[in-house]
Ligand binder design. Structure first.
Ligand code: NAG
Ligand code: NAG
Ligand code: NAG
Ligand code: NAG
Length: 202
């Protein structure tokens, strides 16, 4: 290799390593976040017959299996939640209403972050949207932590589409009652979270 070609090669090597450092710095080693896992998503619609139960339901279990960076040397714990959405079938739909889930923080000795999961059913952009068989489900995770008087928090949001025949299956009984759940080969359904608010390592 001639001398000036060698210098050129060295220069481009240097440029590559500098730009990869810049990339890591500007993304704070945070992106992409690890996906959440939906391990259960069931829906139920009643028959609509007079005198029978009129409530429809959507139940979901979601887990964030990984800890998330919070601040210098601290992380938010993993957590999971069981969520329930109820609405009157036929008379209303659940779209846009936020329901708080039962949340459980993973036991961890390193931190004692407080997590809160919420769920919201969104109308699918589809010709036949349905809150029980063809809908988008948005999950929101708020985690906070105080270390040495410093408050850290993050708000993460992720949305996934659920649809009969794609990732859901089930049956309707002769009475008109329908029960739907995740196809077993779809479990867990992954949900990619993004950060919508943050204080600390962001
Ligand atoms: C979800 O329900 C299961 C079974 O009832 C229970 O073991 C688990 O602790 C619950 N999780 C949360 C986060 O409430
Ligand atoms: C989901 O949560 C329910 C309770 O709400 C529990 O009965 C069930 O075992 C959980 N299932 C999974 C797969 O986590
Ligand atoms: C709905 O879906 C159609 C077809 O895929 C797309 O053109 C349109 O932009 C979508 N609308 C919204 C609000 O996402
Ligand atoms: C976390 O947020 C909840 C609800 O906003 C609040 O009650 C709690 O004090 C906060 N905890 C910490 C450690 O900041």
């Amino acid at each position: 290799m001639r001398h000036h070609e060698f210098i050129l090669a060295l220069t481009s090597l240097f440029t590559i390593s500098v730009s990869s450092i810049e990339y890591r710095r500007s993304h704070g080693d945070l992106e992409p976040l690890e996906p959440w896992q939906v391990t259960r998503l069931n829906t139920f619609s009643p028959s609509g017959r007079p005198g029978s139960d009129t409530l429809a339901h959507l139940w979901a279990n979601i887990t964030n299996p990984n800890s998330v960076p919070a601040g210098p040397g601290t992380t938010f714990d993993a957590s999971s939640a069981n969520c329930t959405v109820d609405w009157t079938y036929g008379g209303e739909n659940p779209y846009g209403r936020v329901f708080e889930c039962d949340t459980e923080d993973a036991q961890s000795s390193s931190s004692s972050s407080v997590s809160k999961w919420e769920i919201e059913v969104l109308e699918a952009n589809s010709t036949s949207p349905s809150a029980t068989t063809n809908m988008d489900v948005k999950f929101m995770l708020t985690v906070n932590l105080t270390v040495d008087g410093d408050d850290y928090y993050k708000v993460l949001v992720g949305t996934q589409h659920f649809q009969l025949g794609e990732n859901m299956e089930g049956t309707c009984g002769g009475s008109g009652v329908c029960s739907w759940s995740l196809k077993s080969d779809s479990v867990p359904v992954l949900v990619q979270p993004t950060i919508v608010a943050c204080e600390g390592t962001c």
